[in-house]
Design a protein around this ligand. Structure first.
Ligand SMILES: [Mn+2]
Length: 314
């Protein structure tokens, strides 16, 4: 993606997260840009998606899919903005609060490109493949890929969601004006640095044959080979969307995020991934998500991510 074709899409929702503060992540990144006196991000065109964090204070109706009705509305807003951005000839560079928002981006991409083969590279410590049937927490930032794949994973069910939840779940799967579901198939998905997931998710990955690299595999191959293999894996796809959850990085870098996990990417690894995937002609949209300055000290998480962005793309 050419830098002069990027448009920042800010999505300041944290309704899918279990801890408070991720909605401040996009602005923490922009403020890091001011602190480093670079203003690289500020120079890009920017659009902000309407979100509804006021409902964080409301009564929780659904315990196995928290805030799903509001998140469903946000998905429609994100999808519409992603489509508009593409229509205007820009690449969406999404700065989002929590990772549930990525389901809205995938909805927008599918709606805009109904007949294309869209690949998704998910760089994350987690698989985000939970469903109302399998979630231990009910937090929807653990579910966007199950939504996009249109799966229930009731083979591994541990919960009994209500009919209201299941109806809302079906509606979420059909997000986007064309109501296409599933948005992607298991063969369209690839994980990098996957390392912290429940057995229910591992079972789904095995059953569906989803491609993934764990940190030991990444270390064995080296980051350059992982990126090359990922690009080869999608050689026959038309487009690729890259979603970067900052918890993919090691805990020594990623303290300012909701669910940090040891053993992840170094800043150098992350830079290598960004540099190559950003420059790739198949990449159509890129996201960074789950920066939480309230869990951080002196905005270090955002500063590290900004450094990665600047070194890799600007
Ligand atoms: Mn995630």
């Amino acid at each position: 993606m050419e830098v002069n074709k990027l448009k920042i899409v800010k999505v300041k929702s944290e309704l899918g997260a279990g801890k408070r503060g991720a909605s401040l992540g996009p602005d923490a990144l922009l403020i890091a840009d001011v602190t480093q006196a670079s203003s690289d991000l500020w120079q890009l065109p920017m659009v902000e998606v309407e979100v509804y964090n006021k409902f964080l204070t409301g009564k929780l109706m659904f315990s196995y899919a928290k805030h799903i009705n509001t998140i469903s509305k946000i998905y429609e807003n994100i999808a519409a903005t992603v489509e508009e951005t593409l229509l205007d000839g820009y690449h969406p560079f999404i700065l989002s609060g929590d990772h549930s928002n990525a389901g809205g981006t995938i909805a927008g991409l599918r709606n805009f490109y109904p007949d294309k083969k869209i690949g998704v590279i998910w760089i994350d410590a987690h698989a985000d493949l939970h469903t109302p049937f399998t979630t231990p927490s009910g937090n929807m930032h653990g579910m966007p890929l199950a939504v996009s794949l249109g799966i229930n994973n009731d083979e591994n069910k541990i919960n009994n969601p209500s009919q209201f939840e299941l109806d809302a779940w079906e509606q979420l799967k059909r997000a986007g004006s064309k109501k296409i579901s599933p948005k992607i198939n298991p063969v369209d998905l690839l994980f990098i640095d996957l390392r912290d997931l429940e057995q229910q998710e591992w079972d789904a990955i095995q059953r569906l044959g989803i491609k993934y690299f764990t940190p030991p595999k990444r270390k064995e191959l080296g980051i350059a080979n992982v990126v090359e293999e990922a690009m080869r894996y999608f050689a026959h796809h038309d487009l690729v969307y890259v979603s970067f959850d900052v918890d993919s990085m090691d805990v020594n870098v990623s303290k300012g995020t909701g669910t940090p996990v040891p053993g992840g990417l170094s800043v150098d690894d992350a830079m290598y991934i960004w540099k190559h995937l950003f420059a790739w002609e198949k990449t159509v949209a890129f996201e960074v998500t789950e920066i939480n300055p309230l869990l951080d000290r002196e905005n270090q998480m955002a500063e590290s991510v900004l450094e990665i962005i600047r070194q890799a793309i600007l």
